[in-house]
Write a new protein. Structure first.
Length: 184
């Protein structure tokens, strides 16, 4: 039997998730209104859309092939749209996390709050810290904030910013480089 990661890759959806991270991300998104900050080519959006009520994706869609350097023109929007085109529950906003924060907080249909927020945009300490400060208040009680590339050797700023806000990861709250926190 194929897992969700295998299904996504079989239809040509690409990204930077490990198959175990992909499964956990889809599990965390079950029946939730999800906000994704950093969508790249759509793999995580695709996986969450399978199980989520809604997925709102925010990205500049200007990242180079490694995902962290921003270029002058749209680079990944076509791949993202192709990956998510089969899902009516996926919408996107073209811009930065900061640019999206005001219009999304004023959107009455979501009341500015989400059941799950997945942060996977810029991975510097400063950017992750700013995203946590910007979006944590918009996680509904009982909701989840998840982070990709936590404890990834190439992105030490992710772990530093997350641990500074929430403390070290308790057992059972990480899979490969995916970490999540449930809001009480």
């Amino acid at each position: 039997m194929m897992n969700l990661f295998d299904i996504a890759t079989a239809v040509g959806v690409k990204g930077f998730l490990h198959c175990n991270e992909a499964q956990k991300l889809a599990e965390l998104a079950i029946n939730r209104d999800v906000l994704e900050i950093g969508s790249f080519t759509g793999l995580s959006a695709y996986l969450m859309a399978i199980t989520a009520k809604t997925v709102m994706c925010v990205d500049t869609f200007k990242a180079n092939t490694a995902g962290q350097q921003q270029l002058d023109s749209l680079q990944t929007l076509d791949a993202f749209q192709k990956a998510t085109s089969r899902f009516s529950n996926v919408n996107h906003f073209i811009g930065t996390s900061e640019q999206a924060s005001k219009p999304l907080s004023e959107n009455e249909s979501i009341q500015g709050h989400f059941d799950m927020i997945f942060l996977d945009a810029m991975h510097t300490y400063e950017d992750v810290k700013a995203d946590i400060e910007r979006w944590w208040p918009r996680v509904r009680p009982g909701g989840v904030m998840a982070f990709h590339d936590y404890r990834h050797l190439a992105f030490p700023g992710v772990e530093k910013a997350v641990d500074e806000k929430f403390g070290p990861a308790p057992e059972g709250t990480t899979v490969v480089t995916l970490r999540w926190i449930q809001k009480t």
